[in-house]
Design a protein around this ligand. Structure first.
Ligand SMILES: *[C@@H]1O[C@H](CO)[C@@H](O)[C@H](O)[C@H]1NC(C)=O
Ligand SMILES: *[C@@H]1O[C@H](CO)[C@@H](O)[C@H](O)[C@H]1NC(C)=O
Ligand SMILES: *[C@@H]1O[C@H](CO)[C@@H](O)[C@H](O)[C@H]1NC(C)=O
Ligand SMILES: *[C@@H]1O[C@H](CO)[C@@H](O)[C@H](O)[C@H]1NC(C)=O
Ligand SMILES: *[C@@H]1O[C@H](CO)[C@@H](O)[C@H](O)[C@H]1NC(C)=O
Length: 936
């Protein structure tokens, strides 16, 4: 959208037609106030006039014709933001849709958000007129007045206010993305006071933001989604002279505005100062103008001073705009804080803000109040500014008394799962009440909307969510969501989780890690420590899972009811010597005290399970995604015809093993959270990527023992709609190769595929392309008279062809596990509960397709255990623990051509639960391959 045309539609507070007909009592009140003001002015005017009659030389014309309008504007400048005084006595929301029946939710466990997020009300909740009318125990007599009452029995389950996302580009970045749908960043200059809703961070001042409710409005208009319409329309009666609605504005510092405009930090700071100085001058001249105007001293005053380009920034200086500031690094935070003090305005929140936890005192020095901090939980290291990003930032900031918010930056993270960010922050030490507030009450307050959303409180029109578990339990899923009293899920989801999920999950203690993070300015050493003991004995083990052939089996399980049945596992030289119940097994003697050179580790009911394998991201080929000098880079594409002869021309095959980097922070984080092996293919720029490799995420370099698990796995190609060459050309190239074409190295490796020795791994999303690949496989196999191995990676739309994939024996690696339709080729997602009965993984498995899972960005590898645990929860029991572990270990290896001997695989020991339990913590890795035990 063109920013100039958009500017013409923006509101100009105070510019309105005073002669317009009276619409409402509120409007009438305003006219009374104006009349009172005006009467002062009129008296002055008459006095002046009579004076001028005395002195004929005085020019009567010095009273501007639009004096009344200017006085009106002057009055508007002084109105403080906030709800109108009668807001909390309303009985119907301005967003109410006539015909919506009242709804009673009974027997709910209600997290209200009040009392610092500690209040829980057991009882009922009545929605009527688009607002929350009652919270607590309701008598039948209180309900008699409500005809057509819709009743929902919550069966004791949790109810919370709707999730509030402080940072989203939903509605300006379309999904799937198409040319002509990306309206997030204006390219018209670094300072854009008037632009689009929810702007991006390419500009220092990117434009104004807007708060929307995510219900499809009855009028199908974007305006119908606005929570508080800043315009007076014939649908919303808004009088800014009575109560001014908070406005939102985006600011950004650091890399993004630097990158887009080629500016330095000095230039950006100057850009801000120049803009604020301009706004300050306008504000000052308005104030001076109005001081005189209300006294009737019109002589020489002229027109009311204003400028549409700067009016929103002037409102920032008047404290009427919530400044939402994308800002990461200590240097930039410090710059912004100085700016607030120079120009005397407040910042509502620093967003992304990966280094705020290192400088809480800087934030406290900001003008007015310390900015809140809006964060991702574990998404970091995508660019230098986020290199020091820490999972402990939320708790450290909260410990310093700062307000913490978890945000999505949708579509960077899928805002549908924003609650997961709060769950992770809680896991890493943010108190539970603060964690839930971080996605409800705190963002509501920081955007100036806590008079109506963020709380389950009478008179509020917060959205209401009925969850299938405690909201901080992994995989918490809405059974139903009410927006403006209207249920949003057509077929309410039925909870299938164990009763234990209704309780607040326990979390491990990370005090030591959080301290170390601060001691090392955000870059604590992550390298594992190898135990110095010959023997390590794990005690109080609840279960042991082991690889067996190409699957996972439960090799030991303790009887939960019998404490004496807890297990013992004795490890020597990275190898399990014996295991069994402490009371009965042969290795029980290992637990006796006094044995030499033996380390005892009490797992407190934890477990031992195979180390996980990650695939799909550039993990192992990059350190900081956006920094070229830290990444392996992209391979040339033979289909584009630009491969030099020195690398083999069109016969070129690149090996990821040649570009491996060890000791990257993402790899070490992955290791600490149970992902001991990485599989990575060369990063393709087109059709052909090259040969994948499997490596240890803990090794220091490639030549270390066990660092390279297997040098070559499968041959990776990728088929996507790219415009040029066409999809059909890409399929034709694959056909040509598989039917015996190709030259050089490429021919050599394709022959291995033709012989069934090496899998062909196709990175693909679209069901149409997948269908062509299935046909191609059949065609090739008919020609060869024996099967070849084909694996799909990514495969967002594979569930549509589950049956055909099963029949054709094509394996699938679903990556990521929770799909999002960013591109057209991924638009037909299987969304998972509550929008579908189960997920794509379960659908494919039901058709006997071998399924593995992957991630798309390197930082995501660390969360693999949560991805598979969540996928299993979504399957409603179809995917059991051992199967879930196989999704990210043996299945991935099998599908990608890694022939790891079960005995060679790493094992991971977890404290307080198994690897899939949200409450567990990895405390050790047993590596037979590397002949050692690492302890954390
Ligand atoms: C509320 O739900 C719980 C869990 O289903 C149940 O045990 C309890 O009896 C219910 N209470 C009422 C008042 O219905
Ligand atoms: C809004 O406008 C429509 C026609 O555009 C009119 O019929 C209706 O009465 C108006 N409503 C109000 C409240 O003014
Ligand atoms: C972490 O640091 C704080 C403050 O320096 C200290 O009081 C606390 O004991 C430390 N905790 C751990 C587990 O190291
Ligand atoms: C074993 O772990 C459980 C927690 O699951 C704990 O209650 C128990 O005290 C532990 N037993 C021993 C002997 O450490
Ligand atoms: C999957 O395999 C099982 C066991 O081989 C078989 O019984 C079942 O019919 C298969 N299901 C489908 C959908 O092919």
């Amino acid at each position: 959208m063109d920013a100039t045309t958009e500017a013409a539609k923006l509101p100009m507070y105070g510019i309105r037609d005073v002669a317009a007909p009276v619409h409402s009592p509120r409007r009438r009140l305003m006219r009374f106030v104006l009349a009172a003001l005006l009467s002062v002015a009129v008296v002055q005017y008459l006095r002046f006039f009579s004076h001028s009659l005395d002195l004929d030389s005085h020019p009567v014309a010095s009273v501007p014709l639009r004096a009344q309008e200017y006085l009106d504007k002057c009055h508007l400048l002084t109105v403080k933001p906030g709800p109108p005084p009668d807001f909390h006595t309303r009985t119907q929301s301005d967003r109410f849709v006539p015909g919506t029946p009242p709804t009673l939710i009974t027997n709910a466990t209600i997290w209200t958000g009040r009392d610092n997020g500690l209040e829980v009300v057991y009882g009922d909740l009545l929605l009527h007129g688009g607002i929350i009318r009652r919270v607590g125990h309701l008598q039948q007599s209180q309900l008699d007045d409500y005809a057509d009452l819709a009743r929902i029995d919550a069966q004791g389950r949790w109810v919370s206010p709707g999730i509030v996302d402080l940072h989203s580009h939903i509605g300006v970045d379309a999904s799937p993305a198409l040319r002509g749908t990306s309206d997030d960043n204006s390219r018209k200059g670094p300072v854009q006071p008037t632009s689009l809703v929810l702007p991006g961070s390419a500009n220092a001042i990117g434009g104004q933001g807007i708060v929307i409710k995510l219900r499809r409005p009855t009028d199908k208009s974007p305006t119908g989604m606005l929570l508080e319409n800043p315009y007076e329309t014939n649908r919303t009666l808004y009088d800014p002279a009575v109560a001014f609605r908070y406005r939102q504005m985006k600011h950004a510092c650091g890399e993004n505005p630097r990158r887009i405009y080629g500016f330095t930090r000095m230039d950006i700071a100057w850009g801000f100062r120049e803009a604020y100085e301009k706004a300050r001058k306008i504000k000052q001249s308005q104030d001076e103008y109005c001081a005189k105007a209300v006294r009737g001293e019109w002589a020489g005053l002229g027109e009311f001073p204003e400028d549409l380009q700067w009016e929103a920034l002037v409102d920032v200086l008047r404290g009427r705009v919530k400044v939402q500031n994308h800002c990461y690094e200590t240097i930039d935070l410090d710059d912004m804080v100085r700016l607030t003090n120079e120009f005397k305005f407040s910042i509502a929140a620093f967003h992304h803000a990966h280094e705020t936890y290192l400088v809480p005192e800087t934030l406290k020095a900001a003008y007015g109040h310390p900015p809140a901090v809006a964060l991702f939980a574990t998404n970091a290291r995508y660019k230098r500014e986020s290199y020091r990003g820490s999972e402990f930032a939320p708790r450290i900031l909260a410990d310093n008394g700062l307000h913490v918010i978890m945000k999505s930056d949708h579509p960077v993270l899928n805002s549908r799962f924003l609650l997961y960010e709060a769950q992770q922050a809680y896991y890493y030490g943010l108190p539970h009440n603060v964690a839930l507030a971080a996605v409800t009450t705190t963002p509501a307050r920081v955007m100036g909307q806590d008079h109506r959303i963020g709380y389950v409180s009478e008179g509020y029109d917060a959205d209401i969510v009925l969850w299938d578990s405690h909201p901080l339990a992994l995989g918490a899923t809405p059974q139903q969501v009410w927006i403006d009293g209207i249920p949003q899920i057509e077929k309410p989801y039925t909870a299938k989780k164990p009763q234990s999920f209704q309780k607040l999950p326990k979390t491990p203690n990370f005090d030591k890690e959080a301290n170390e993070t601060l001691q090392h300015d955000g870059l604590p050493p992550l390298e594992p420590t190898r135990t110095t003991f010959d023997t390590v004995v794990f005690l109080n083990v609840s279960a042991v899972y082991l690889r067996q052939e190409q699957s996972i089996r439960e090799a030991f399980v303790a009887d939960a009811a019998d404490p004496l049945s807890a297990g013992v596992v004795v490890v020597r030289g990275g190898k399990i010597e014996c295991m069994g119940s402490a009371a009965t097994s042969a290795c029980a003697s290992a637990t006796e005290g006094g044995r030499e050179n033996t380390q005892l580790i009490n797992l407190e009911g934890g477990a031992i399970a195979p180390g996980l394998v990650t695939v799909g991201s550039p993990l192992g080929l990059e350190e900081i995604t956006a920094e070229e000098s830290t990444v392996d880079g992209y391979v040339l594409d033979p289909l584009a015809g630009n491969v030099p002869a020195i690398v083999g021309g069109t016969g070129m095959v690149i090996r990821a093993a040649d570009g491996l980097q060890f000791g990257t922070r993402n790899a070490l984080y992955a290791y600490r959270y149970g992902v001991t092996t990485g599989v990575v293919a060369p990063q393709g720029s087109g059709f052909l990527a090259g040969l994948s490799t499997a490596f240890s995420t803990a090794a220091a370099h490639k030549l270390e023992d066990g660092a390279l698990v297997q040098e070559v796995g499968g041959l990776h190609v990728s088929i996507h709609p790219r415009g040029k060459p066409s999809v059909s050309t890409q399929i034709a190239a694959l056909r040509e190769l598989l039917l015996g074409g190709g030259t050089g190295e490429l021919k050599h490796w394709v022959n291995k595929i033709r012989e069934g020795e090496v899998p062909l791994v196709v990175e693909v999303e679209s069901a149409d392309i997948i269908a062509s690949l299935i046909s191609l496989k059949v065609e090739v196999e008919q020609r060869l008279c024996h099967p070849i191995q084909m694996t799909l990676l990514g495969a967002t739309e594979a569930h549509i062809l589950a049956e055909e994939l099963g029949q054709a024996d094509v394996g699938v690696i679903i990556s990521p596990t929770r799909p999002f339709p960013e591109e057209w080729e991924k638009r037909r997602i299987n969304p998972g509960p509550p929008l579908s009965e189960t997920n794509a993984i379960a659908v494919l498995q039901a058709h006997n397709v071998t399924v593995g899972v992957g991630v798309v960005e390197a930082w995501m590898a660390r969360n693999t255990r949560l991805d598979i645990a969540w996928a299993a929860l979504e399957s409603g029991g179809q995917i059991e623990k051992a199967d879930a572990l196989a999704l990210a270990s043996t299945n991935v290896e099998k599908l990608l051509g890694f022939k790891t001997d079960g005995l060679q695989g790493d094992l991971v020991a977890t404290l307080g639960g198994d690897l899939l339990d949200f409450s567990s913590k990895v405390v050790g890795v047993i590596s037979r391959r590397r002949g050692l035990v690492d302890v954390f």
